[in-house]
Ligand binder design. Sequence first.
Ligand code: NAD
Length: 488
Amino acid sequence: MVVGHAAPEMESIYNFINGETTATAKQLDVYEPAVGEVYAQAPASNANEVDLAVTAAAAAFDGWRRTPAAERARCLGRLADLLEERIDEFAAAESRDNGKPLQLAATLDIPRAVTNLRFFAGAAEHFASEAHAMEQGAINYTLRQPLGVVGCISPWNLPLYLFTWKVAPALAAGNTVVAKPSELTPMTAYLLSRLANRAGFPPGVFNVVHGEGANAGQAIVDNPRIKAISFTGGTVTGERIARSVAGSFKKLSLEMGGKNPTIVFADCDFDDMLATTVRAAFANQGEICLCGSRILIERPLYERFRDVFASAVSALRVGDPRNVDTDQGALVSKSHMNKVLGHIDQARKDGGTILAGGQRIRPEGRCRNGWFVAPTVIDGLGPACAANQEEIFGPVATLLPFEGEDEAIALANGSDYGLAASIWTADGSRALRLAQEVEAGLVWVNTWMMRDLRTPMGGMKRSGLGREGGFEAMRFFTEARNVCIRYE
Ligand code: NAD
């Protein structure tokens, strides 16, 4: 990121602090990945802007926590309505900012952001706590009270989807928020912040500060008035944040990387499995933390799977995200594209066979300088190779054969990560056995990425700490206080 000077045609993004949009002296260039050019300028906030936002959020907290849950729910619901009225505008903005197909933004990202806001509007009113009666003549009840000012830090891959997944429960539970979207994809969080006043949020309740992770992000993490950090992003960043907050004992929720296995048994429904496995590996250019990038195939099915899968992947259409028939758009940044290409080169050096893709793509026309990588399938690598261990977070899937359940489990668990797994088999008992043995916070059987927002979402091992979703998120954003009353 560099300091830039906005050309007249540049779009401008502003912070949203205390109910007002504000600019910073220093700005960051924001790129359109599909064309490889700067199209907007965003604030390069630092600790000063974060402190202004925290001051506003701290001042607003007492009023917001005393606001009836029904009114908090109404604000979230109105924000959902305002967003839903603008799905096309937001989808176009998300696609331009991130490089993802417009169609995907219009059918997945923005509708899901609407759903997140509405879902947690409901949660605000339905959240309840426990009571424990004691035989000795006393009753306990648990209060779950908002924490105060909380920090929400989100990544670039599903920008508004993951941003709302954090801010909605935080606000629903009665906290005030200082949120920072990724500096690579700040646009839709900015557009959403512009709707906050109309939705009825009092000034200071919902603040959005833009900027780089090392500056604005770290300032949120380090700010002593922020009581909790909800972070989604890379494991290295999560580790750094965990170290930073260790001494202050802030509440911490970390949703981090994955190297998720798709486990395919020979008895599965082949056509269903194939279509979903292609989607699981390559949806959103493979830039979803839940993507199944490590495909384990039972030996008797291996050759058939390899050939059909490679040709299905080669048929994916890569190109201008605006085209309705585009399956895969651009990667989010030039450096991310180079990182993905570096992983593919390393896989070649390690002796892997490239069955599909393997190179940069330069589409015709306006996208010729965009950051596109052909969907890539690699086999012939051992489980310890970098391509089978490191999160690539791009359109690259590896294939590995296995014999029997034990080897499938050993391969699936032979990773530092533990976010998600998808198991394909017609044998119900086997599915249940594996679902208990595979080290993953989310296990799908004969499906992928079916999400019920009430369920716990998160990873084990180096994939995460804590869970989001449903009342798990409401519990994270509240402090439990037990009250014990003796009546005898
Ligand atoms: P990243 O870690 O680089 O950045 C994520 C966010 O953290 C950004 O807003 C960034 O500005 C901020 N940040 C960076 N350094 C910081 C610091 N020192 N202090 C505070 N904030 C800081 O991740 P990314 O590249 O944006 O996203 C890709 C990663 O996110 C992948 O590893 C992916 O697996 C992971 N991810 C995980 C989930 C999940 O639910 N587990 C979901 C989506 C993405």
